[in-house]
Ligand binder design. Structure first.
Ligand code: C2E
Ligand code: MG
Ligand code: MG
Length: 590
């Protein structure tokens, strides 16, 4: 166990401290029995046992020793335990071991040794000093040891599992926090700045929903691989959620260094990902927070990078944003909107305004579009563009949509009784609402309850709502059509703008987005597009409505090119139901 006879010599002079370990037998007979028993235990014990004399020469080993070390008893006897040394521990380690052994009579701990075949292995070793002689001096040392290789491997595996994401092999949130804390400590010691990047895949849910989780998993694994290729050895790429990754960039000199890596990441997303011959295109939104300006602890940096990522999403996805303090303001505002929106319905804070739709051929009001308003906490009105997207994301839109539908139908029935109802009532339907299972059935129930006839109702859906899952959309539209409900494509021109594709859907009307109408007099291409859309729609047998008509010039242009109907401030702004009734009474309705 040692190569140092000097230490051993000192051990030999130590006063007796421990009682003899081997029993002293009372009778010769019992003695012999006991020895046989001990012999058998020594022989069969699965633990490796090695006994040396006080000069550290091996005097006995058991089969467990032979199995573990690879040395036979013949090869080991007479040698010193240096036979097993791995070379992994320095002289100080062995000195410490001896010191304890001599002071306390025993030592135990983990130690690396070498087998006969040269392989190294960790073992758990217990050494006991025996004082069996009459002088109570140390006479032998007994070393018992077990191989730790298997449990070490298990331990490593457990550690790997606890700190890594099994799908991608990337560090998980736990390890990320460790790494980030170390990186921050380095940065504080003046070794450059660091950046935390929060990355969220765009539309990953669609991949999972439409192609299945197995495809989603492979996509994630490939993205993880590409991300790792974009960063340096010192940087960390971690997966912290389904489609969320966090990247820690260390030793940056300036903000531009982070931008360079972000550009690299964007470029890495460009080549399509091939999964079983299917080409998938992935993109990501990224938020960046820098140390020290955006936070000096891990939590703040992570939170701010996340906030910046949300801004990148809001800015249209597939882009990146550096954190800026105003973003916290936006996040607070959004959270506030979300929280108050939750209760808006039960507090009766919604109102419907109506805007007339006028037929250009006879100047009659042929329709009214219901437009929702939110009187938040009883004060100023919140415009739908600010809260509909939140309602859509949170799912509140389904209940809100039902409310709109029921209220609008009630108003319409009341106007009909007064003889001022237009031919059609137009109601906006958001994508989530439209795809909600049982949508057509809900419409049927609302029509039945309110007494509105199906042909009196027209639903406005956007192209993007139809294009996300065209087959599903076509089926829902088919059901509505069969009931006799009219369908209009809203905001045409802002989405896919594919008239050919629209042919597969049973629609009646197309509403040209107000962004084209706005510049129709000054912008050549807007004029040409509008003209073409009107002509093509008529070819397809569709009715055309121009939105956002504000002046005579626009009106004249649209009339000259055969547009069927217009809607806009020129005729009237959206107004509360009583005002609309007043308006309708003054105008002729059809
Ligand atoms: P939209 O369906 O395209 O509605 C037309 C929008 O254009 C309305 O904005 C209307 O006030 C505005 N507008 C009408 N004439 C003019 C004009 O001459 N000039 C200008 N600059 N604007 C004009 P609003 O009411 O703010 O609604 C915005 C959007 O919110 C709607 O666009 C619709 O997509 C959505 N929305 C409104 N109400 C509902 C609803 O009840 N349910 C759902 N899902 N979405 C709704
Ligand atoms: Mg609309
Ligand atoms: Mg519109």
């Amino acid at each position: 166990m040692t190569d140092d006879p000097a230490i051993f010599a000192r051990a030999a002079d130590e006063p007796a401290a421990l009682p003899p370990v081997l029993p002293s037998a009372a009778s010769a007979h019992a003695d012999a029995d006991r020895l046989l028993l001990l012999e058998a235990v020594f022989h069969h014990c699965p633990t490796a046992i090695m006994i040396t004399d006080r000069a550290s020469r091996i005097v006995a080993v058991n089969p467990g020793f032979e199995r573990l070390t690879g040395f036979s008893a013949d090869e080991a006897l007479g040698r010193t335990p240096a036979l097993l040394k791995s070379g992994r521990h320095d002289a100080g380690f062995y000195r410490g071991m001896w010191q304890t052994l001599l002071d306390q009579g025993a030592w135990q701990g983990e130690i690396w040794d070498r087998r006969k075949d040269g392989t190294l292995y960790p073992k758990w070793l217990s050494i006991t000093a025996l004082r069996t002689g009459p002088d109570r001096q140390i006479s032998h040392f007994v070393a018992a040891f077990n191989d730790l290789t298997v449990s070490k491997l298990a331990e490593e595996r457990i550690r790997a599992l606890a700190y890594h994401d099994p799908l991608t092999g990337l560090p998980n949130r736990l390890l990320l926090h460790d790494r980030l804390r170390c990186a921050l400590a380095n940065a504080r010691r003046g070794r450059g700045t660091l950046a935390v990047l929060f990355l969220d895949l765009d539309h990953f849910k669609y991949v999972n929903d439409s192609l299945g989780h197995a495809v989603g998993d492979r996509l994630l694994a490939e993205i993880a691989r590409r991300l790792k290729d974009c960063v340096r050895e010192v940087d960390t790429v971690a997966r912290v959620g389904g489609d969320e990754f966090v990247i820690v960039l260390e030793n940056l000199h300036e903000r531009a260094d982070a931008v360079a890596i972000v550009n690299k990441i964007h470029a890495a997303f460009a080549p399509p990902i091939d999964i079983d011959g299917r080409e998938l295109h992935a993109s990501a939104s990224l938020g960046i927070a820098l140390y020290p300006e955006d936070g000096d602890d891990a939590e703040t940096l992570m939170r701010n990078a996340d906030t910046a990522m949300y801004q990148a999403k809001a800015a249209g996805r597939d882009t990146y944003q550096f954190f800026a303090p105003f973003m916290n303001e936006h996040v607070r505002e959004r959270l506030d909107l979300e929280n108050t929106l939750r209760h808006a319905l039960e507090r009766g804070e919604f109102e419907l305004h109506y805007q007339p739709i006028v037929d250009l051929r006879n100047d009659l009001v042929v329709g009214a579009e219901a437009l929702i308003r939110w009187r938040r906490r009883g004060d100023a009105l919140v415009a739908p563009d600010r809260f509909i997207p939140i309602a859509e994301e949170t799912g509140f839109i389904v209940e809100i949509g039902d409310w709109v539908m029921r209220r609008a139908c009630q108003d319409y029935v009341a106007w009909r009784a007064q003889g001022i109802a237009p031919q059609r009532l137009s109601i906006n339907v958001s994508p989530r609402q439209f795809r909600q299972p049982g949508f057509a059935g809900r419409i049927r129930a609302i029509l039945r309850d309110s007494g509105v006839e199906a042909p009196e109702l027209e639903l406005e859906v956007t192209e993007s709502a139809l294009m996300q899952q065209p087959e599903l959309a076509a089926r829902i539209l088919g059901e509505l059509k069969a009931m006799g409900v009219g369908i209009a494509i809203d905001d045409f021109g802002t989405g896919y703008s594919s008239l050919a594709y629209l042919k597969i859907f049973p629609i009646d009307k197309l509403k040209i987005d107000r962004s084209f109408v706005r510049d129709i007099l000054s912008d050549n291409s807007d004029r040409e597009i509008t003209q073409a859309v009107i002509a093509l729609s008529h070819n397809l047998g569709l009715n055309v409505v121009a939105e956002g008509v504000e002046n005579d010039g626009q009106l004249d242009f649209l009339r000259a090119h055969g547009c069927d109907c217009v809607q806009g401030y020129y005729h009237a702004r959206p107004m509360p139901a009583p005002d609309y009734a007043e308006y309708a009474r003054r105008r002729r309705v059809a």
